[in-house]
Each structure stands twice: as structure tokens, then as C-alpha cells.
Write a protein that binds this ligand. Structure first.
Ligand code: PLP
Length: 411
């Protein structure tokens, strides 16, 4: 009988019973204070609910404005700004896979997990990758970089501005770019966590490709990213003979959508609209004020954490302000702390790929004074709850003093 055979076929994979999102998600949203994704402003959230024609006139206008605003945020006059459907790592892969191929000499300055990822991507496209391995809790000196460039004669140098994994800031970035340029190499910079949180001047520093994600400094949603190529980098993209094996990440194909109002793949329109709003808010604030806000908030948080009685992981000279690393007290694991603070205080913070630290982000909307007080209080109470004595009043007082004191005056 047709009905019974139909029943039999459809029962091979029975219709699943699942929970609704209301049942899965907490009633009160968690405060996202980890290493990303970060909280998004209401305008970004609203834009992310909208779907429009990806090839219509409104989209063309939006794309034009996204590029204009991105040029300001990257501090570049280069025409070659593009969006990427994908995480920050997709933008990274777009930079690497378009500029490097079989036999390309790549020097990767490896400070940790994310800068190591650029080296790995280089190997995967067949490049001859050498790494300058940097000791934990330190940065490559300009002498070390100059030596490595002399030795390896790279065509491309990759470097991360802020190594989110171990919270190290490559504060010699401008000098590294100058050394690479003097040696005729192109420079690719991972600015995923740092863009719009601290100065990065693509043109003035001579950087050839900058990548960023949406969900960190820009306070947009994860999954739509940005990349900018210099004219020299774009010339290399156009001069290559073998096509990029990554069709979706092929910059020449992406040019169709991002510069010629044509089709490459269906753009994540809602995410692009969200990114537009995030960039618009950066422009409304201005970079100067945004950098000052990030610096003030991060330094105050660091003061508060130290006054609680905890130790910061990175030495001051190369400490990243965009993500603050905190040493985990003996007897605890990062997971103990992250789990407790999430369950009891509805605050999310991060561990870090096996390092004995927890990390609190200071990117975009995370850098708001009310978020700092809630997070520091939750961190202190979490430690006490886990049996580690803390001076909670001293921590909160140090946070307030820093926010209302000399740093505020200077900002
Ligand atoms: C988060 C991050 C990445 C990876 O971004 P995804 O969006 O997770 O792919 C790369 N580099 C740095 C410095 C980061 O902070």
C-alpha cells in the first residue's frame, strides 16, 4: 500500500524533537566580556535582522559606504578594500592565498596561536614559510626581525598587531613594516582584535594587507570580515598566473561584487548591513576618541584586577590593551573560573588554548564603564567563591580611581 511504504521511507530518519532557542538560551543574555564575540550596539543588531537584494541599488550604496568608512578605519587611501563572507580567519586566508603560492618565500613572525595560523595558511598554499619564533611574554625586536629578513629574503612578511591568544602587543609593528618594505617584501598584518581599538595606519606605516573580523574591535557580528590591499599588493594579486585554489576567497572574483556591482556569491547581506552600522558608529565616535576610550577602560580594568590581588600575564612593555590576560591562581583551572563566572554572574570570559590564563576583552562595546564594574565585581566574587581570597573593595576602588583620575584627564 502506498501509504505504508511512504511511512516506512520517511521513518529511516525520524523527525527529531528539539528544544526551542528560548529553552536553550539564558533568560538574561550573558555579558560577553571574553576574547570575542563582543556585545553589539542596538543599531548593529537591528541591521542584522534585515534582508535586501544583494545586487540591488540599496546594496550598491551600502557597499560604497562600507568601503569609504573602512578606508578611514584602516587609514588607507587604497581603492582595494573588500568584505569577506566568513570569520577573521577567512580574511586572513584571503590575504595569504591571493598573495602567496607555490614557492613564495614567506617570513611569519610567530608570537602565538593566531600569528602561527598565518604561517600554517602559507604552508597550505605551498609557500616556503620560515618563522621567527618569539618567546612567550615578549615581542620580536627590530634587530631579530632585520636578521630574519636578511637570512630568509622573504617576499612576504606576516605579523599580528595584537596576539589575542597570549595578550601580547607587537608594539614594533611600524618598524617591522619599514624593515620589510626596505627589503622589498609585502607586509600582511592581522589586526583582527586591534582594529579601531588602537592606532594602525596602513598607508603611513607601509602595510600591504590588513585583515580584521567583525566580532572584535568593530563590535559587529561574527561572520563578515574586512580586508584592505595596498596598490602593490593588488598588483601582485593581478600578476599571478596560477589561479587561487580558494574560489570564494579569490580577490579578483570578489572584485566583481565589492567594486563592480556584480555577482561573485550571494553576499551575507544582513551581516554587511550590520558591519555598515558598526563602521558608522566608529566614524561617529572618531578614531581618536575611540582609541582614548579603549585605553582608558583597559588601563582601569588592569588596575582593578591588580588591586584585587591577581597578576596580569603580559609584561607592561608589550601588554595588549585590547584583550587582558590574567594569571590563573594555583589550584584553579581557566575552565573553573570561566564556568563559575558564567553560571553565577552571567558574565562570559575566555580561557586561552592551554595557557594558564583567563582573558577579558576590551574591544568595542566591552569598553563601557558599567561593563567594567560588573565584570570586575563578578571576577572578584568568582575567585572568592572558588576559595581564593581577593580584596574586592580595593579592586573596585582602583577601577573607579583610574576611570575618574589621571587617565580620564589625559583622555
Ligand atoms: C580572533 C582572532 C583571529 C581569528 O578570528 P576568527 O573570526 O575566529 O576567525 C585571528 N587573529 C586574531 C589576532 C584574533 O584575535
Amino acid at each position: 500500500m502506498p501509504t505504508s511504504s511512504f511511512t516506512q521511507v520517511s521513518s529511516v530518519v525520524p523527525c527529531p524533537v528539539v528544544e526551542s532557542l528560548d529553552a536553550i538560551l539564558p533568560e538574561e543574555p550573558l555579558l560577553m566580556m571574553g576574547a570575542g564575540p563582543v556585545p553589539i550596539p542596538a543599531a548593529v543588531a537591528k541591521a542584522n535582522t534585515i534582508v535586501i537584494n544583494h545586487l540591488g541599488g540599496a546594496m550598491v550604496k551600502v557597499i560604497g559606504q562600507v568601503k569609504t568608512m573602512a578606508r578611514y578605519v584602516f587609514q588607507t587611501n587604497s581603492k582595494w578594500v573588500l568584505g569577506v563572507a566568513g570569520p577573521g580567519s577567512a580574511a586572513m586566508e584571503m590575504a595569504i592565498s591571493n598573495l602567496a603560492w607555490e614557492g613564495t618565500r614567506v617570513l611569519s613572525i610567530r608570537n602565538g596561536f593566531f600569528s602561527g595560523r598565518m604561517a600554517e595558511m602559507g604552508r597550505r598554499v605551498g609557500a616556503r614559510v620560515s618563522t621567527l619564533d618569539v618567546d612567550d611574554r615578549s615581542v620580536a625586536s627590530l634587530d631579530q626581525v632585520a636578521d630574519a629578513i636578511r637570512r630568509e629574503r622573504p617576499e612576504i612578511v606576516t605579523v599580528v598587531q595584537g596576539e589575542t591568544s597570549n595578550t601580547i602587543w607587537n608594539h614594533h609593528l611600524k618598524g617591522i613594516a619599514a624593515l620589510a618594505k626596505a627589503a622589498g617584501a609585502l607586509v600582511i598584518v592581522d589586526a583582527v582584535c586591534t582594529l579601531s581599538t588602537m592606532p594602525l595606519e596602513m598607508d603611513a606605516w607601509g602595510i600591504d594587507a590588513v585583515i580584521t573580523g567583525g566580532q572584535k574591535g568593530l563590535s559587529s557580528i561574527p561572520g563578515v570580515s574586512l580586508i584592505a590591499f595596498s596598490d602593490a599588493a593588488w598588483a601582485r594579486v593581478k600578476a599571478r598566473t596560477a589561479p587561487n585554489a580558494h574560489w570564494c576567497l579569490d580577490a579578483s572574483l570578489a572584485e566583481n561584487f565589492w567594486h563592480n556591482a556584480g555577482y561573485h556569491y550571494t553576499a551575507p547581506v544582513s551581516g554587511v548591513l550590520a558591519l555598515h552600522e558598526a563602521l558608522r558608529l566608529v566614524c561617529a565616535e572618531t578614531l581618536e576618541k575611540r582609541f582614548a576610550r579603549h585605553l582608558k577602560c583597559s588601563l582601569a580594568l588592569q588596575e582593578g584586577i591588580k588591586a584585587l590581588g591577581l597578576k596580569l600575564y603580559a609584561p607592561e612593555a608589550c601588554r595588549l590593551n585590547s584583550v587582558v590576560g590574567i594569571e590563573v591562581p594555583a589550584g584553579l583551572s581557566p575552565a573553573d573560573i570561566c564556568g563559575h563566572i558564567s553560571r553565577h554572574h552571567q558574565v562570559e570570559i575566555s580561557g586561552s588554548f592551554g595557557l594558564p590564563i583567563v582573558r577579558i576583552g576590551q574591544m568595542g562595546e566591552q569598553c563601557r564603564e558599567h561593563n567594567l564594574f560588573r565584570t570586575l565585581h563578578a571576577l572578584g566574587r568568582t575567585m572568592v567563591g572558588l576559595g581564593v581570597p581577593m580584596d574586592l573593595p580595593a579592586g573596585v576602588a582602583a577601577l573607579e580611581k583610574s576611570l575618574s583620575g589621571s587617565v580620564r584627564a589625559a583622555a
